[in-house]
Design a protein. Structure first.
Length: 247
């Protein structure tokens, strides 16, 4: 890494649907000749590199594998009343233990780089909280869910108020109550990351305004995670566009 560069540090959440999106974003950022450092647990980084498709690792992408304490890994319960993958919660919580090695890496990079941009999954906010210690570092929260779903959380938290946009309001009223869908221990895990409001420079989404512009605008007005700045940057997933009339 050359001194004085702009460097990106990406901190995905360990669940596959979260991690893969930020791997694809990392690939896109690296095409702009930006050094991209991907931080994660050893086991999940290895799994991600084996299953991700549609991209080639370049010299601009660097993986940093950090160990976590041992955690329970129970099998899924096919008879559970909820479809939520509760058996993965121990691994979710274990991922929060990489705060210290992340902080060491960030300290090393910040001494060399001109500017450091940390892109982290919202559910890794406790890991990246030391960004506040460095004047040349800023953090952006990646919201893995769609803009529609993300706004629905904020809307529900405010008591499901009536919206001027009647069509959007009707769509939102059809969503089950969030707390009825997830177990209490995972809800507490989500709440533990509210501290990102103290250092969030903006929110990133794997979506586009053509599809979700209405809800991006809602989020811009209402704000989420301490910021009214929202960026629809998707789609991240690499796709092939055919010019043929009959692909």
């Amino acid at each position: 890494m050359e001194k004085g560069e702009v460097v990106v540090v990406v901190v995905p959440f360990v669940a596959q649907g979260h991690l893969n999106q930020l791997l694809h974003l990392s690939r896109l950022l690296s095409t702009y000749n930006l050094p991209v450092h991907i931080v994660g647990t050893t086991i999940h980084n290895r799994q991600a590199k084996l299953r991700v498709h549609g991209w080639n690792q370049t010299t601009n992408i660097y993986f940093h594998d950090f160990e976590t304490p041992k955690f329970e890994s129970p099998p899924p319960n096919p008879n559970a009343s909820s479809k939520f993958p509760s058996h993965l919660i121990p691994s979710f919580k274990a991922s929060s233990n990489i705060r210290e090695p992340f902080a060491k890496l960030l300290s090393d990079i910040s001494k060399i780089a001109r500017h450091v941009v940390v892109v982290h999954d919202y559910l890794m906010s406790t890991v990246v909280q030391d960004v506040v210690l460095y004047a040349n570092v800023e953090a952006y929260a990646f919201q893995c869910a769609s803009a529609f779903t993300t706004f629905s959380y904020a809307w529900e938290e405010k008591g499901r108020p009536i919206l001027d946009d009647k069509e959007s309001y009707m769509h939102l009223t059809k969503i089950p109550i969030f707390e009825d869908l997830i177990p209490q221990d995972f809800l507490e895990f989500v709440i533990s990351h509210f501290g990102c409001k103290k250092f969030n420079s903006g929110n990133l989404y794997d979506t586009c305004k053509v599809i979700e512009g209405t809800y991006i605008d809602f989020l811009t007005k209402e704000g989420i995670c301490g910021s009214t700045k929202q960026w629809a940057m998707g789609p991240f997933n690499p796709v092939s566009i055919s010019n043929s009339e009959n692909p």
